[in-house]
Design a protein around this ligand. Sequence first.
Ligand code: APR
Ligand code: ZN
Length: 364
Amino acid sequence: EPAGVPVIVRALVARGPGAELRVERVRLPAPGPGEVRVTIRAAGVCHSDLSMVNGTLAATFPLVLGHEATGVVAEAGAGTRLPVGTPVVLNWAPACRACWWCRHDEPWLCAANTAPTVARGETEDGVPLHLTLGLGALAEAVVVPESAVVPIPAGLPAEQAALLGCAVLTGVGAVGNTARVAPGESVAVIGLGGVGLTVLAAARRAGATTILAVDVAEAKRDLALAAGATDFLLSDDRLSKEVRARTEGRGVDHAFECVGRAATIRAAWRLTRRGGAVTVVGMGAKDDMVSLGALDIFHSARTLRSSVYGSSDPDREVPVLAAELADGALDLRVLISGTVGLDDAPTAFDRLARGEGARWVVTL
Ligand code: APR
Ligand code: ZN
């Protein structure tokens, strides 16, 4: 394959909000200075992709979906350091290392990463293409800045390594970095998709002793218990009572919102004890407003924080998680409901939209 020329690859494209997803041939530019082309091996289907397709999150179209993936460096632009053949995980929040946030050890809030979609490449009929979170990873290949890839050891199971790039980094970081769950604490997790199930498993590893898993779908019960929950509770009008019955009447030390809706942020607030902490992991819609009483905010002395990308530095933390995957300390099989080829990726989106399973992974 010649270097320095554009390549045509197959990618999962949404032509507009609500439009049917289709695998299309798209043209990617050759990697420029500081950029690499990565051949994708596996990419997860995350709710943020779905939120862009269905209009919950702002996006520009035509859009290549996908932002949770692993692959191999196939071509390296001028001035890059990673050799061709290096296995990598993609990072959707590459840090500039120069802005105020990067200099203050909060690279997940890097000022260079505010756009949900980034223009790059074009469709085969010449329309400018946009990439989900700057990656567009549900494709045979991506061309990205080298800062958007993190090298990992060779030989990891691709469908598990892919999840390190979003759900796992986010869930593990929300527990360890943002909320700093301590041994013996109580935790409630609302929303049991790839993100929420990772939060459960991480809370168990952190030594939490009461781990309450909450979802609207009864079908999530077995998954939640397998991932580390001590109890599964349906999200209905008895929820508050059920949580208090398991926390000596107080509410949990930590509630994690992993849906991305005002109603579930409000529910997380109600389930948390006086002085406890609510961590918002879900990415909700701009106009979905949360209402809290001013006296309640004062009197309950709760903390409300969001966790962007697990408050993590992927360059530092993905290699740690990858090493744990390699030596068996981390096993992500419980998160993976199934793998499909790129042509069947639209069915994986349908299943996610119906709340079926945990993570669906596209393998290439
Ligand atoms: N109460 C409780 N659970 C709910 C509710 C509700 N009102 N509404 C939906 N859920 C559950 C669904 O049944 C599903 O199990 O939330 C879960 C969401 O899981 P996924 O769709 O798989 O989402 P995931 O990819 O885990 O992402 C969760 O994090 O990264 C963000 O944008 C992403 O906001 C999304 C969130
Ligand atoms: Zn994601």
